[in-house]
Design a protein around this ligand. Sequence first.
Ligand code: XMP
Length: 514
Amino acid sequence: RLLIIDFGSQVTQLIARRLRELNVYCEIHPFNKVDDAFLRDFGARAVILSGGPASVTEAASPRAPQSLFDLGLPVLGICYGQQVMMEQLGGKVESGHHREFGRAFVEPASGHRGDGIFAGLFAAGREEVWMSHGDRVTTLAPGFEVIGTSPNAPFAIVGDESRHFYAVQFHPEVHHTPNGRVLLQNFVRLAGFTGDWTMGAYKDEAIRKIREQVGDARVICGLSGGVDSSVAAVLIHEAIGDQLTCVFVDHGLMRQNEAEEVVAMFRDTYNIPLIHADEADLFLGALEGVSDPEVKRKTIGRLFIEVFEKHAKSVGGAEFLAQGTLYPDVIESVSFSGGPSVTIKSHHNVGGLPEKMGMKLVEPLRELFKDEVRALGRELGLPAHFIGRHPFPGPGLAIRCPGEITREKLEILRKADAVYIDQIRKHGLYDAIWQAFVALLPVRTVGVMGDGRTYDYACALRAVTSVDGMTADYYPFTHEFLGETATRIINEVKGINRVTYDITSKPPGTIEWE
Ligand code: XMP
């Protein structure tokens, strides 16, 4: 396995992700946990030193254990990791004058081309890379030579090939370094990895870690019916069986047949102990007459926590709360906490609950990205149509029904949404779309059907493409598709006589309608 020593870069997890894509097993450990004893016990076959925000020119800035360089292991230093390597091995780093952020081009130094760390690179003479650094190396450590340069970073790639020590100034792990993956692949091949590790092995490792963390304690897991919490629940159940109880808070704002499907799948297919907290009356009662979107969100959030807490207590003595937190959630909460950002909307989660209930967290998906969670879900045998489902927000249909929510409106919305999704699936478009749904508008307009007058609701269809939900573009359906879908909704759903398509991107719009 490969050890990544983390010096605090925002993109350290991307190194791990790239290695998983190369079928190499790796673990990330923070620099302050890695000492001589750790290195000995870990038994790494190679080590990568990540980037980080510190400057090696400052006293007390982080270092790798000096013994690392005497173990005969291949080492790759990235950005701050390069500077640490140079400094610790007898080179020099200077601060300041040559800050460089963004795109740059690296060329091989003379005499270096075509093999080793460069195999498959520089076919076009130079490689585009992404730089982000303030300091830079000014004197190489003994034994190293320059093997790649860029105009602002004469030591863009350096190496001591006899020891398989390499260090790069740029970030090969980010998308903006298009062939960074090739460089990482060359490094792991030089280190002797054959690339035979799989998501199946990840699953086994995750199960082992859950058992180790939890012991024989009880765990509760809030199940929303979404992919993340479902994969977390099934994984934890495989690890600790009936020490796990799931709580599904059904707020009456789910889509058509969704609550029944979730209950059937978890209780009957997976035999996971499941509490179905059917609290539609409570939630819809509290939402009566409420049309302000933030009041809706806060009402749902408060009740959700109350209900969850009540049922969690009924399990008795649960020490752990399981959550399907993904890596992007972790980065967001780190980079935005305490930042100057404004609250656009109050997101629905159970933040704060574990502290309040004195529980510890189990978050087995914390290192994974969404598509990796899907791969893990497939590994666990979850059905393909379930794994590929579009994201669905915690407050459910409440944020797709602007204005006051009534049972009648929810019923109309569910039917229209089911027709729309059916259309999308029939046309083979479901997987090309990040999220698609119907929003029921709080207006009624006059229409004519047959010989009669109608006075019914208007709805908006929404479909967007996105990578992470942070920005989004509307999906370019054909006119035929839109026309056919509008006709079907108006014919099949009593209560709607007008259909519109929302062509707003995000920003300036948001994905949901509230
Ligand atoms: P917006 O509407 O903010 O949505 O553009 C971005 C993404 O986040 C989802 N979303 C939520 N997910 N709890 C969630 O779990 C929430 O409160 C929530 N609000 C929005 C939304 O569905 C989209 O994928």
